[in-house]
Design a protein around this ligand. Structure first.
Ligand code: GLA
Length: 388
């Protein structure tokens, strides 16, 4: 990222070059990492993400009629679509599908969406599990809502952005990513109850306690991630049916053994054990953060990773290597973050250890012949916003 012009300036420049005009405004939404609570969101459970300082920016102005034109710095040609395309899920494909999906979700919910010209620039890496798609959806949603004067409070936006992804793009994801990129606050992690979408902003001031979160992009190729995600989700829903509960959220950790005894096979038992114990780890993490005992969350992060590796079976050698190397180099805790099968690892470290831990991971990667991982240290940033 070093040396690149500021992302907001790039969005403005993309707009000016593309449309020979000045945008009416610019809207930004961040990427996110999830501190803990993986594959719990679609089980009506708990998650604890925070927003990254890396952002996607959309520069936009209204255009007459029901027409949307989108330029992106990653594409040579604009994507252009009208109401018929927006109203047919899946018709606009690729990155433009996230934009069309937002238009679709808003129209489906009864909003009069203004036609618009948009230009997108982003510092959120694509395909790294940092929610670049949610950042794009949230920035576009904010732009269209403001341009059209839509009555759309922030609490309603995550569901609409998720609708775009589920209903238009066709990815069966939960509510975490869109909630994080819209509702997070700087210096805080977002404790979200995915059943009723209530939130609590939990102070997570790493600087003040001399700690840092190191984010390591495993650079593992996504191996069948979409199909595996859908199959994990289906397994959880089947298990909830078998247990006679609306969602696995309704199995308290104290009842876990009894619940496991009622399940037919080892694989289902392991999937359920992950979700139930992971929900409890989120609650325990929140309790420690509220008590100011930040360094003590490390073992919970590491336990979460073991659960994803052994019970939910969603890790790959690259992420396991990054976690092991970070812990061996003194990280207080480490885990994969996001949907799995690649993506990023986060490690909680003493601030002064961030670089040595990153170096240890790079060296472990080199030893195994993996492509060198990218790293960044992340302080919790704020959610989607209009830029001045
Ligand atoms: C992806 C999905 C989220 C969530 C995570 C796993 O990021 O988009 O909804 O399910 O995986 O926690």
């Amino acid at each position: 990222m070093t040396g690149r012009p500021d992302v907001a300036d790039r969005a403005t420049a993309g707009f000016s070059h593309g449309y020979d005009a000045t945008p009416a405004g610019r809207w930004a939404a961040p990427g996110r990492v999830n501190l803990i609570g993986e594959h719990t969101d679609y089980n009506d459970g708990f998650v604890l993400p925070f927003a990254l300082p890396l952002r996607t920016v959309v520069a936009a102005d209204p255009q007459p009629g029901e027409r949307w034109t989108v330029r992106s710095e990653i594409a040579d040609r604009p994507v252009d679509f009208g109401a018929a395309d927006a109203d047919t899920p899946g018709r606009v494909t690729g990155w433009g599908g996230y934009v069309a999906g937002v238009v679709w979700a808003l129209r489906e919910a009864g909003y009069a969406v203004p036609g618009a010209r948009l230009a997108v620039a982003s510092d959120v890496p694509l395909g790294s599990g940092l929610s670049s798609s949610a950042a794009l959806e949230a920035a576009v949603l904010a732009a269209l809502a403001d341009l059209g004067g839509l009555d759309l409070p922030a609490e309603r936006r995550p569901r609409l952005a998720q609708r775009a992804e589920n209903g238009y793009v066709g990815a069966p994801t939960g509510i975490m990513d869109q909630s994080a990129v819209i509702r997070c606050r700087a210096g805080h992690a977002l404790f979200l109850d995915c059943r009723d979408e209530s939130v609590d902003h939990v102070p997570f001031d790493l600087d003040a306690v001399g700690l840092a979160i190191l984010v390591i992009d495993s650079r593992a190729p996504h191996r069948h991630a979409d199909g595996e995600y859908a199959s994990r989700r289906a397994a959880c829903e089947r298990a909830a049916d078998l247990l006679g509960v609306p969602a696995l959220r309704d199995v308290p950790v104290a009842d876990l053994d009894a619940a496991l005894g009622r399940l037919p096979d080892d694989e289902t038992r392991r999937r359920v054990r992950h979700v139930v114990t992971e929900n409890q780890r989120v609650l325990d993490t929140v309790a420690l953060l509220r008590a100011g005992r930040v360094a003590e969350i490390g073992p919970l992060l590491t336990a979460s990773h073991a659960s994803m590796r052994d019970d939910f079976a969603i890790t790959v050698p690259e992420v396991d290597t990054a976690v092991e190397a970070a812990l061996a180099a003194g990280a207080l805790g480490a885990r994969m973050t996001g949907g799995g099968f690649g993506g990023c690892v986060l490690a909680l470290v003493e601030a002064s250890a961030a670089e040595p831990v990153a170096a240890a991971v790079r060296s472990a990667y080199a030893g195994r012949g993996f492509a060198a991982p990218d790293t960044l240290t992340a302080l919790p940033a704020s959610g989607a916003t209009r830029l001045p």
